[in-house]
Design a protein around this ligand. Structure first.
Ligand SMILES: [Zn+2]
Length: 533
């Protein structure tokens, strides 16, 4: 069982920076007892003529046994390479660059993972092994360029204890049993994915197959991997509609990005982790029977946004979490009715407004501890940015833009500006003001609306923005307002709020005199409004 430089046939892609990893091949032996691992990694990469002659890989806390390469694009015999390893960074001296062809290095290493690959005894006393990498824990078990900016294909060859089944990214290519009775599994993910989603999961699973996605081009299996005690419950409760969820997302966004989709009970520290083509969920939700469909919709949506379209820099995490949070509710509404979205967005707003995160912008470059980005800005406010953009542009322009964005950046990396550009192209409008205020300004608008009815039906509104100065002022085009008399709607209108501190006076003609007004009655904007007669 050797992975060799044949993986150098990785598909041609636009070259990235000086050094671009095209594929990883990882070979692991998962032990029958204990946590000691022996592993090999083959890294296939392309370097530009101006690239340094060192390949630096992230790898934390292992013993490196040897490093070597097949030279000249894999055509010459294997030769040892010299390297320096300080316990966190493996610097490999590369031979002189001979051509533009992809090059490779092999790293043989062993040790006991302290993080990243979790080998442990589960809630019911069984051993299992699960990768859990977000944000930069791939390096705790896999020698990688551990950055979302450098996506790559991944091939897995895993030897596991005899009663374990192994799941990983990509398509199951081969599977067998060695003479000693251990099982081995080969998976191939031929779409470039971020290192934070490169995982294997191994345990005595029960696997059930749900209705696959069938198209003219291929058939994509959808599977639920769970422990035997949880399997029937998992199939009938949280994963009952897995195929419908994927079909809904395909209709809204575009084709499912990968070769298969497995939903896996696991040891992830997160409630769910959107590993490409093999989503991991925390086992506690299964054991306590409290896991719902929401997390399944959220993680499934990440396959498109986060996995296939990946933020180049974690500070743009809203491009992943805001999308998944929003699409969870959009898919829920498509399956169960509009109230799912309406109620859900109200809850997202309340959650966001009740945190201290309101004092920070969504794109917060001051954050250095990446786990702090798992906050109400990335998730709840991120979802609101999309919801308001949809309100501003209308359904057909919004979804045309989303589909274009997915088509343009699938299997690639993005920044918030890329998304803005695509939505500007779809709408033919400049949206700089929108993205700047909602992503780079903290907080949200708090309106104070004083109103006065006049004889003949005219109503005058005096609108002020009363949020903290540090949050800045907001532009809100066409804020809906409803006029009531004796509890009945007697008129509807809308007014524009300009980004200014000074009060704005709006005069609206009505058929009758109202006794109450409601600003943004449908809750379409992330804001509060205090109304005063
Ligand atoms: Zn998420």
């Amino acid at each position: 069982m050797v992975l060799h430089a044949a993986v150098a046939t990785a598909q041609q892609r636009t070259p990235g920076p000086a050094l671009d990893v095209l594929s990883y091949g990882f070979q692991l032996v998962l032990p029958d007892t204990g946590s000691a691992i022996a592993a090999q990694a083959v890294v296939v990469f392309r370097r530009a003529p101006w690239a340094p002659d060192t390949l630096a890989l992230d790898l934390v806390g292992w013993t490196v046994d040897s490093v070597g390469a097949h030279g000249h694009g894999g055509t010459t015999p294997y030769a040892r390479l010299s390297y320096a390893y300080d316990g966190a960074r493996l610097a490999i001296a590369l031979p002189p660059r001979e051509s533009a062809a992809p090059e490779n290095v092999s790293v043989f290493y062993h040790g006991t993972p302290r993080d990243g690959l979790i080998i442990r005894v589960d809630a019911r006393g069984r051993r299992s092994a699960f990768g859990d990498n977000w944000p930069e824990r791939a390096r705790d078990w896999l020698p990688t360029v551990d950055s979302p900016a450098d996506k790559a294909e991944v091939l897995w060859l895993v030897s596991a204890p005899r009663d374990w089944r192994v799941v990983a990214n990509g398509r199951l290519a081969r599977q067998g049993r060695s003479p000693d009775g251990r099982s081995w599994w080969a998976y191939e993910e031929h779409r470039p994915i971020p290192t934070y989603t490169m995982v294997v999961g191994a345990a005595p699973f029960t696997v059930s197959r749900h209705r696959p996605l069938v198209s003219a081009a291929d058939t994509i299996p959808i599977e639920v991997w769970a422990y035997p005690e949880d399997s029937a419950w998992a199939d009938s409760v949280p994963f009952r509609r897995v195929t419908e969820i994927v079909e809904t997302l395909q209709r809204l966004v575009g084709p499912f990005p990968y070769e298969k989709l497995a939903h896996v009970e696991s040891a992830t520290r997160y409630g769910g982790m959107e590993n490409s083509a093999a989503i991991f969920y925390a086992e506690q939700g299964y054991v306590a029977r409290r896991m719902g469909e929401g997390v399944v919709r959220h993680e499934t949506a990440h396959q498109w946004f986060g996995d296939a379209v990946t933020e180049r820099d974690f500070h743009d995490l809203w491009l992943s979490e805001g999308f998944a949070t929003y699409l969870d509710l959009v898919v829920g509404a498509a399956l169960d009715g509009d109230s799912v979205l309406r109620r859900g967005m109200r809850d997202e707003a309340l959650r966001y407004m009740s945190t201290r995160d309101v004092d920070r912008p969504v794109i917060d470059s001051s954050v250095t501890r990446l786990t702090e980005l798992l906050n109400a800005n990335s998730y709840n406010k991120g979802a609101w940015v999309l919801h308001m953009l949809r309100g501003l542009l209308g359904d057909s322009v919004f979804w045309r833009g989303i589909r274009d964005y997915y088509r343009s950046y699938r299997d690639s990396v993005v920044a918030s500006r890329d998304f803005q550009r695509v939505m500007e192209r779809a709408s033919g409008r400049s949206l700089d003001w929108f993205f700047t205020q909602w992503l780079r300004q903290p907080g949200y608008p708090q309106l104070h609306v004083a109103w006065r009815g006049e004889r003949g039906g005219r109503v005058t509104l005096e609108v002020r923005q009363i949020q903290a100065d540090a949050w800045g002022r907001y532009a809100l085009p066409a804020v809906p307002v409803e006029f009531l008399r004796d509890g009945h709607v007697v008129g509807r209108s809308a007014f524009d709020v300009r980004p200014q501190a000074a009060p704005q006076v709006v005069s609206i003609a009505l058929d009758g005199v109202p006794d109450a007004i409601v600003v943004d009655p449908e809750g379409t904007l992330l804001m509060t409004a205090r109304v005063q007669p």
